[in-house]
Design a protein around this ligand. Structure first.
Ligand SMILES: Cc1ncc(COP(=O)(O)O)c(CN[C@@H](CCC(=O)O)C(=O)O)c1O
Length: 399
């Protein structure tokens, strides 16, 4: 008999498990508003024109050599400009330690392992709620987790007072995980003023901020606007970490292209930190995949293609914003007794509907609508074709 005979089936992933259930459903009416992956108004996945053009340009010219352990230097350089700013002094002074990562997940994990190795007694404060996989990432990196208040259920908004209390009450020099924009799953972001207060309090406490920026450009349609929280922290002199991803804002989901960066005090420290990030990558996957990285550097390195990308990412963001309005209006037209204002107040890929797990189960079992049990609706799955059906079902289970 085998040594693994006692291995039990793993629990279904709360997000990717929904996709599996959706695919298994034969109903022609089924609607997938589970996984945070963009769909057009026909419910189809989208490959951006700028990506297709980049593919055309590199087809047949791409060598299959290993990338360095830190990945594509050109892709990383372009990616840092998005997060830190085109003319960032930190880029100019070479103070940023940065490596290509296996998309946003890989950037978070590489950071968590770096934190464990070089700050072994530290913990990580994670918002309630957050992207389900954050808990798995820091668990497997063996970094103890704490939580901090974030979402206010009654107002379906930010629990700013409780958030600030938790920041003040955490031990000096604590690590906090922050969503830079388009918070997953709530769609609730601090205002600019609130970010300034958070930054001030972080400075007073000497806290470290790790920003997971998985949706830059996707929240407001403007990557500069969506980087506002990060720019505030940089202006205030924080040394931050950032996880970046091209899964959603460039539609490179399966290409697994991202970047992990850590802002250091000087170039010497950045060289040292980068070498240690590479040391962590080497036994994990050695070096990252080349194809997606070259697509990104081809797009961001060509002014015309970059302009096309900026237009296309705004089209995606605007479609989602339009669906928020449509869903809210449909629910109000049905005479729903509940307030649905939060659907249009929230931002980014997700609407935190406030539906209970039992109501979600009814949506799935009675209406073939698939979403995560925390009531999160991926607005990217909402179309002019299904928004009426979705609103009616939500009304039926919540009236
Ligand atoms: C906040 C946050 N960070 C990182 C990631 C990881 O994205 P990468 O593809 O690794 O770049 C996601 C994706 N969350 C989506 C997509 C499905 C998933 O990975 O769970 C979601 O929540 O539906 C995310 O929402």
């Amino acid at each position: 008999s085998t040594w693994w005979r006692s291995v039990e089936p793993a629990a279904k992933d709360p997000i990717l498990g929904v996709t599996e259930a959706f695919l298994a459903d034969p109903s022609p009416d089924k609607v997938n508003v589970g996984v945070g992956a963009y769909r057009d108004d026909n419910g189809k996945p989208v490959v951006l024109d700028c990506v297709r053009e980049a593919e055309r340009r590199i087809a047949g010219n791409l060598n299959m050599e290993y990338l360095p352990m830190g990945g594509s230097i050109k892709m990383v350089e372009e990616t840092l400009k998005l997060a830190y700013g085109e003319n960032s002094e930190f880029i100019r002074d070479k103070r940023i330690a940065a490596v290509q990562s296996l998309s946003g997940t890989g950037a978070c994990r590489l950071f968590a392992d770096f934190q464990k190795r070089f700050c072994p007694d530290s913990q990580i404060y994670i918002p309630v709620p957050t992207w389900a996989n954050h808990h798995n990432i820091w668990r497997d990196a063996q970094v103890p987790q704490r939580t901090f208040h974030y979402y206010h259920a009654e107002s379906r908004g930010l629990d700013f007072a409780a958030l600030m209390d938790d920041i003040k009450n955490a031990p000096d020099g604590s690590f906090f995980l922050l969503h830079a924009c388009a918070h997953n799953p709530t769609g609730v972001d601090p205002s600019e003023e609130q970010w300034r207060e958070i930054s001030f309090q972080f400075k007073a406490k000497g806290h470290f901020a790790f920003f997971d920026m998985a949706y830059q450009g996707f929240a407001s349609g403007d990557p500069e606007k969506d980087a506002k929280a990060i720019r505030i922290f940089l202006e205030d002199g924080h040394h931050i970490g950032i996880a970046q991803s091209y899964a959603k804002n460039m539609g490179l989901y399966g290409q697994r292209v991202g970047c992990l960066s850590v802002l250091c005090e000087d170039e010497k420290q950045a060289v040292a930190v980068k070498s240690q990030l590479q040391q962590l990558a080497r036994p994990m996957y050695s070096n990252p995949p080349v194809h997606g990285a070259v697509i990104v550097s081809t797009i961001l390195g060509d002014p015309e293609l970059k302009k096309l990308w900026l237009k296309e990412v705004k089209v995606m963001a605007d479609r989602i914003i339009g669906m928020r309005t449509a869903l809210r209006e449909n629910l109000e037209k049905l005479g729903s007794p509940l307030s649905w204002e939060h659907i249009t107040n929230q931002i980014g890929m997700f609407c935190y509907s406030g539906l209970t797990p039992e109501q979600v189960d009814r949506l799935t079992n009675e209406f073939h609508i698939y979403l995560t049990r925390n009531g999160r609706i991926s607005m990217a799955g909402v179309t002019t074709g299904n928004v009426g059906y979705l609103a009616n079902a939500i009304h039926e289970v919540s009236k």
